[in-house]
Write a protein that binds this ligand. Structure first.
Ligand SMILES: [Fe+2]
Ligand SMILES: [Fe+2]
Length: 297
């Protein structure tokens, strides 16, 4: 992988190739296990048999625990307690099930991270969950027609930050200040320090791990949604949710939220022909809602 932005590698905290080598050699850092991949493929097949799918999922105890925990969480908004994988699959449907598996896989990846970065891991997971809940809320309120990919896309969007924290904790501490005061500048800063950025790093690993293309696009472009391609509407939605979630993390409140020119929220609303006034109301309502989800994990 080559660095972008003409960085002088002699000034980097770590060479990009060395960073990717560390990520690669971090044996357990595979986002999707063989079982998860098989299950995602099965759930996407037109004639999928639910009992057979459940049988596959049950080969991976971490996946089972994750599915039960997440489908019962506030974020997933299920009304009855989900007690079995079969129940979870029937309740959320096959398409949502694929997204549930991706989300659970990320959650189990978190448990494999070094304890030295436990704080960062928990905060980024909370931010991912808040972003996912906001993306789901905007999707529902605006009837955008996404079927769960908005949730899993938001769950994985900052995977590059988690990979950096896991593979190079010392570098992560300098690069990612965890202020959630994010702008396009954050990518320039990262490139100046490590010759790459969390979007590029996450996307490379996402491709290698065979994540669905839509999710890879979300990871790659969530700070530059105007560059998104086939999945631009999904990227714009997650980028807007990310922006609102960042605001909530940074200021701790929805109060005072205003849509700014050239913001991800403005880029999200523009093709939908939604006024900034309506968009502001939606964002603020969403932020109040996710404040309740803050402790969910
Ligand atoms: Fe990000
Ligand atoms: Fe983010």
């Amino acid at each position: 992988m080559s660095g972008k932005g003409g960085s002088d590698h002699s000034e980097l905290l770590i060479e990009p190739d060395e960073l990717m080598r560390r990520i690669d050699s971090y044996a357990d850092l595979t986002m999707l296990t063989t079982v998860a991949l098989e299950a995602i493929e099965m759930a996407g097949a037109p004639n999928c048999s639910v009992p057979e799918l459940v049988e596959v999922i049950e080969k991976d105890p971490r996946l089972v625990t994750g599915i039960l925990t997440l489908s019962n969480s506030v974020a997933y908004q299920t009304r009855r307690e989900v007690k079995s994988v079969q129940h979870a699959v029937m309740l959320v449907g096959l398409s949502q099930c694929q997204n549930l598996i991706v989300s659970c896989s990320i959650q189990s990846l978190l448990t494999k991270m070094p304890s030295s970065v436990e704080w960062a891991r928990n905060v980024i997971w909370r931010h991912s969950l808040q972003t996912a809940t906001l993306a789901r809320y905007f999707n529902q309120q605006l009837d955008l027609g996404f079927e769960g990919e908005e949730f899993s896309g938001a769950i994985v969007h900052d995977i590059g930050r988690l990979l950096l924290a896991a593979a190079a904790p010392d570098v992560f501490e300098v690069v990612d200040r965890m202020t959630f005061h994010e702008s396009r500048r954050i990518l320039q800063t990262e490139r100046a320090l490590i010759g790459t950025d969390h979007c590029e790093m996450g996307a490379i690993v996402g491709v290698a791990d065979k994540l669905p293309a839509a999710l890879v696009e979300v990871i790659r472009y969530h700070h530059t949604p105007e560059e998104a391609r086939e999945h631009a509407p999904l990227v714009r939605l997650v980028a807007a949710a990310d922006e609102a979630a960042n605001r909530l993390m940074h200021y701790g409140t929805a109060e005072g939220f205003e849509i700014e020119d050239d913001s991800a929220f403005a880029k999200f609303l523009q093709p939908l022909s939604i006024s900034w006034e309506e968009g502001t109301r939606l964002a603020v309502e969403g932020m109040w809602l996710v404040d309740d989800v803050a402790g969910t994990s």
